[in-house]
Design a protein around this ligand. Structure first.
Ligand code: NAD
Length: 406
């Protein structure tokens, strides 16, 4: 396909693109959306509805052939919304100023980018050091959506929350699908069925969505979180909050790590609740650290036969000792599911929400005339700027790259 755009220099990216005579940007900003290549990834970084919004802002949107197929957005839908379909990665990236992704780029992905390209998406930087170093060395600019601060103004850009919502929903569905019991109470001619009990450990964004979904399926729902503030939200969804007299709310609304004594008390209360549950969904996480162990193998042995554990923390070490990431194990008659990338299993809506997050984020980066902003001093841009002008700006990642302690 023919691409009309000038080569990009790092200087140009650092500054604004000069405005044209009628106030429009002199150079149309080209946004490129590659097909996600990570195994099992069905999501796409933009959807036709959002392409229309970009078009209204005077941007050019280029989507790699088949990029939306996994999420059921066909090339035709993107074309109807105004996007161009690029048949190869080279055509896609030729002259593109901004690349929108879901998964972090690989080293090979980075090698295809021109100097000064801006890449936006989840970067999982501390586990993706080689690609981060390559972006630094190739003078690529990277914004990491997981670093967007959780302030009110950034709510519409909060991709961690939108994808956790998708993950929490899918966790409840997976739990129900693997449970040998009905979830709701039933009164039928063939007898009365007691409702199943679902326990949610960790009532953050994913946990609250799992609670809401399990409630809608008719289960009795109990939940626990170390943050006392979560209790009110749990109760407002009609679930029972298991209270332990600990307040482990740390900075920014996230959990802090518990003391050994607190951990012991928590373990006892959680174990008793786990033993009486038909489905346990665990979502407990501490940012940047291994997930806390909440269900030991001894506790699993006390569970009912046929019970199911869905461990949403599987990718960060697991909340259950027997979890194996990416697989399902059966121990003591209990099914333990360690799903990876659950949001990708609701790709249509997960992509739609993610695309809207990115659209809101880009509103900070592109002004009303369709030009890139002059600097990245906005609080949200500054906080999420991972790599820029040959430097890694996120200290923990920089420390890891230099062999220091983050
Ligand atoms: P997360 O994914 O980091 O953690 C999930 C949950 O696990 C958290 O609620 C955490 O308290 C809990 N947890 C950690 N250790 C635990 C343990 N040992 N036992 C039980 N639970 C444990 O968190 P998240 O879902 O991304 O969000 C966490 C908080 O941030 C929530 O309060 C959420 O409402 C808040 N938040 C605020 C904004 C905003 O203001 N814009 C946006 C999103 C989330």
């Amino acid at each position: 396909m023919g691409i009309v755009s000038s080569p990009i220099s790092a200087e140009e990216i650092k500054g604004a693109i000069p405005a044209g005579p009628k106030g429009r940007a002199a150079v149309t900003v080209v946004i490129a959306v590659p097909k996600e290549m990570a195994p099992g990834e069905q999501r796409v970084a933009t959807v036709p509805e959002v392409v229309q919004k970009f078009m209204k802002s005077g941007l050019e949107v280029r989507v790699e052939h088949d990029a939306g197929t996994g999420a059921f957005y066909s090339d035709d839908l993107y074309i109807a919304a105004g996007a161009k379909i690029a048949s190869s990665r080279t055509d896609l990236l030729d002259g593109a100023r901004i690349v929108l992704r879901v998964q972090p780029p690989t080293v090979a992905d980075v090698d295809q980018l021109a100097e000064g390209t801006i890449v936006i998406g989840f970067m999982n930087a501390t586990n993706n050091l080689e690609a981060v170093a390559r972006m630094r060395d190739r003078n690529v600019t990277a914004f990491a959506l997981e670093l967007v601060p959780r302030i009110t103004r950034a709510q519409s850009m909060d991709a961690l929350s939108s994808q956790a919502t998708a993950g929490g929903y899918m966790a409840a569905i997976l739990g129900a699908g693997n449970c040998p019991k009905f979830l709701p109470m039933l009164t039928t001619a063939a007898g009365t069925i007691r409702p199943a009990t679902v326990l949610i450990l960790g009532a953050g964004v994913a946990g609250l969505m799992a609670i809401a979904t399990a409630k809608r399926l008719g289960a009795i729902v109990e939940a626990y979180d170390v943050r006392r503030a979560a209790g009110e939200q749990v109760r407002s969804l009609g679930a029972k909050f298991l209270a332990l007299e600990i307040n482990a709310e740390g900075q920014g609304g996230y959990a802090r790590e518990l003391t050994p004594d607190e951990k012991e008390k928590e373990q006892q209360m959680v174990s008793a609740a786990v033993a009486r549950a038909d489905i346990v969904i665990t979502t407990a996480a501490i940012p940047g650290r291994k997930a806390p162990l909440l269900i030991t193998k001894e506790t699993v042995a006390t569970m009912r036969a046929g019970a199911v554990i869905v461990d949403l923390a599987a990718e960060s070490g697991g909340n259950c000792e027997l979890t194996r990431p990416g697989t399902t194990v059966h121990e003591h008659g209990v099914t333990i599911i360690g799903p990876q990338n659950l949001p990708a299993r609701v790709p249509f809506h997960a992509s739609q929400m993610y695309a809207k997050n990115l659209h809101s984020f880009l509103a900070l980066l592109i002004d009303k005339d369709g030009a890139l902003v002059r600097d990245f001093t906005d609080e949200i841009l500054a906080a999420s700027l991972l790599v820029h002008a040959g430097e890694v700006l996120h200290k923990p990642t920089r420390d890891l790259l230099s062999g220091g302690i983050p």
